[in-house]
Design a protein around this ligand. Structure first.
Ligand code: GLN
Length: 240
């Protein structure tokens, strides 16, 4: 089997170690004998339906978000992302990437940046800096990461949060909630990087990608996650 990981604007949106999510997805697939190709979609290259089997969209500062928001509209990549998620393709977006997949992101300076409209949510930059370790309770059990954002995300009616805050800020707009989940797309404020010490979420994304690509239910071979789970539980114990 083969998987193509679509790295959205990885040259512009990859702060706080978010590339670690790409490495985790790649290794966890390769450890199962799955060939992985990483494809960067960014300003200047084209993106069409079916060009990747799973997408990752990392965090970025306001300046990068401005450039990316414009390209998402002008190049049509935003529409492709939306249609890919609608057909079940999984996606993980973190912080700045997550913010650009809502209705809009209003930075401190300048006009609202148009979002892709994937998550029923919108984000407004605030004067609070929400920074620190974050733990949530979710459908994947506890998830632990690190957050650093001023944007407060407000979930609209019917939006599903990724999880509920155990420690930290999370969305900050709709309090006590963290992130958003729509079909197989996940938005979150958790940098870290998130996936290496949250293997359950990593494998859920891989499983969904393979099932959509190959059109059948698939069970992933169990990996020895001793190290990953030690990191997971140690971090929860330390910061919980
Ligand atoms: N610029 C956005 C904010 O501060 C996103 C930052 C990030 O991706 N960490 O909220």
């Amino acid at each position: 089997m083969k998987l193509v990981i679509g790295y959205l604007y990885g040259d512009l949106m990859n702060i706080y170690g978010d590339t670690g999510n790409i490495i985790a997805l790649k290794k966890r697939a390769e450890w199962r004998g799955i060939k992985v190709i990483i494809k960067m979609f960014t300003i200047g290259n084209e993106m069409k339906k079916g060009m990747a089997d799973i997408y990752f969209f990392g965090g970025g500062q306001d300046q990068a978000q401005e450039l990316v928001a414009r390209d998402l509209v002008v190049s049509g990549k935003g529409k492709v992302i939306k249609s890919e998620v609608e057909r079940g393709v999984p996606l993980l977006s973190v912080c700045g990437g997550y913010q650009l997949l809502g209705d809009y992101y209003k930075p401190h300076k300048g006009p609202k940046l148009p979002g892709v409209g994937l998550f029923p949510a919108y984000t407004v930059a605030s004067h609070d800096r929400m920074i620190g370790n974050i733990i949530i309770e979710s459908m994947f059990g506890k998830l632990i990461g690190f957050e650093n954002h001023s944007g407060k995300t407000y979930l609209k009616k019917g939006a599903l949060p990724l999880g509920m805050i155990v420690k930290g800020f999370g969305n900050g707009g709709t309090v006590q909630t963290e992130g958003c989940i729509y079909k197989n797309a996940v938005g979150t404020y958790m940098h870290g990087s998130l996936l290496p010490k949250n293997p359950k979420l990593a494998d859920w994304l891989l499983k969904k990608a393979l099932e959509v690509k190959y059109g059948k239910e698939l069970e992933l071979k169990q990996l020895d996650d001793t190290l990953e789970l030690q990191a997971h539980y140690k971090a929860i114990q330390k910061f919980g």
